[in-house]
Design a protein around this ligand. Structure first.
Ligand SMILES: *[C@@H]1O[C@H](CO)[C@@H](O)[C@H](O)[C@H]1NC(C)=O
Ligand SMILES: *[C@@H]1O[C@H](CO)[C@@H](O)[C@H](O)[C@H]1NC(C)=O
Length: 250
């Protein structure tokens, strides 16, 4: 159980600092936004990446990302972008990655996570999702499986799918998800897509893997190597604000 709310603590802390300190905090926040292709910042157990991997589809587009606060294991961060061009090609994936030691799914007890987010407008094509990767050999360069959990599919954004249709519907962590499957290069991608946006998620991500082990024959000897969470915009201009995010692999 969570026993504190980071935002109210932050407000109390800032209130005690006086105006001058509050102004310089804001200035630091603005200055620390980063806009370059591989820009990143490390805070606690997290690395926040700007990641403009699809920007060649819109060289005139832009995206900048920054971290707002870290309280205990709960981090706040944001990203702003403007993308046009090919409506169905992903331009970027601003995301937060967890630092942890890879271990096999059968040795993962839980991946507790909370994620509270909002978009400044939803007139964009984008997803808001967890993105996790599995390898049979943790030191191999490429992953065999990508497991996505889409908390939102905005304005027609759709997951990778061989058939265009979900292969199953299931309820996990109190939310009903449609499951899609398809290839991304040599990787197999499973995507759990929420029926309507979940802007305040709290649950155990291990349960998605347990479902795939029980119902899709996923091998529990695969290593969990990456736990990321972020947004993949296809097109539009908006700001995603994450007011509270946490994740722990246990
Ligand atoms: C994960 O969450 C569950 C349910 O709230 C809790 O029982 C468990 O102790 C948590 N695990 C860790 C490692 O915090
Ligand atoms: C496809 O795979 C690449 C790595 O090869 C990864 O960076 C990207 O996020 C994946 N795309 C989707 C939509 O899963």
């Amino acid at each position: 159980m969570k026993t504190f709310t980071p935002l109210s603590l932050l407000t109390v802390a800032l209130a005690g600092l006086g105006d001058a300190a509050a102004v310089s905090t804001n200035t630091l926040t603005r200055r620390s936004d980063f806009c370059d292709q591989w820009g990143s910042v490390t805070k606690g157990n997290y690395i926040v990446y700007n990641n403009l991997w699809g920007q060649s589809a819109d060289p005139s587009g832009h995206q900048c990302t920054g971290v707002d606060s870290l309280n205990g294991n709960t981090i706040a961060w944001h990203t702003s972008f403007g993308w046009t061009g090919a409506k169905y090609s992903v331009k970027s994936f601003a995301n937060i990655a967890l630092k942890f030691t890879a271990k096999t799914l059968k040795d993962v007890k839980s991946i507790n996570s909370t994620w509270k987010w909002s978009y400044s407008n939803t007139n964009i094509v984008a997803d808001v999702s967890y993105d996790m990767f599995l390898k049979s050999n943790p030191s191999a360069s490429s992953s065999e499986y990508e497991i996505m959990v889409w908390l939102a599919a905005l304005d027609g954004a759709g997951p990778i799918s061989s058939t265009g249709a979900p292969i199953a519907t299931t309820t996990i962590n109190g939310v009903t998800w449609k499951l899609y499957k398809g290839p991304n290069g040599s990787m197999t991608v499973y995507s759990f897509v929420a029926e309507s946006p979940v802007t305040d998620f709290s649950g155990d991500l291990k349960k998605f893997f347990t479902y795939l082990i029980d119902h899709q024959g996923l091998n529990s000897n695969l290593y969990l190597v990456d736990v990321q969470a972020g947004t993949e915009p296809f097109t539009g201009s908006a700001k995603l604000t994450t007011t509270a995010y946490s994740a722990v692999v246990a």
